[in-house]
Design a protein around this ligand. Structure first.
Ligand code: ZN
Ligand code: ZN
Length: 92
């Protein structure tokens, strides 16, 4: 039986059972997958728990590393370019 561990300020919470993959950043149950586009219609798909999934839009979650990239992309004016180009991350 897989065992899931969540560290909280009050101690650790344990869960066991067939609850799917663990979060890639901790040992908790992953309720989300990273939706960051990595090309060819694929997404990062890193399993994430509710603490490590960064929601950037309704139902769109990014892992911590990709969330940082997204933040940089957005703060460099990337969103505007993205909307004009339709397909993001094609031109380097
Ligand atoms: Zn986690
Ligand atoms: Zn990711």
């Amino acid at each position: 039986m897989p065992c899931y561990v969540k560290h909280t300020k009050n101690g650790n919470t344990f869960l066991s059972g067939k609850l799917g993959p663990h979060c890639a950043d901790c040992s908790w149950v992953s309720g989300y997958l990273c939706d960051y586009p990595v090309g060819k219609g694929k997404t990062c798909d890193r399993p994430l728990c509710e603490d490590h999934a960064n929601e950037i839009a309704p139902d769109i979650h990014y892992c911590t590393a990709h969330y940082r990239e997204w933040e940089e992309f957005r703060s460099s004016g990337g969103v505007e370019k993205e909307l004009k180009n339709v397909i993001p991350f094609v031109k380097k």
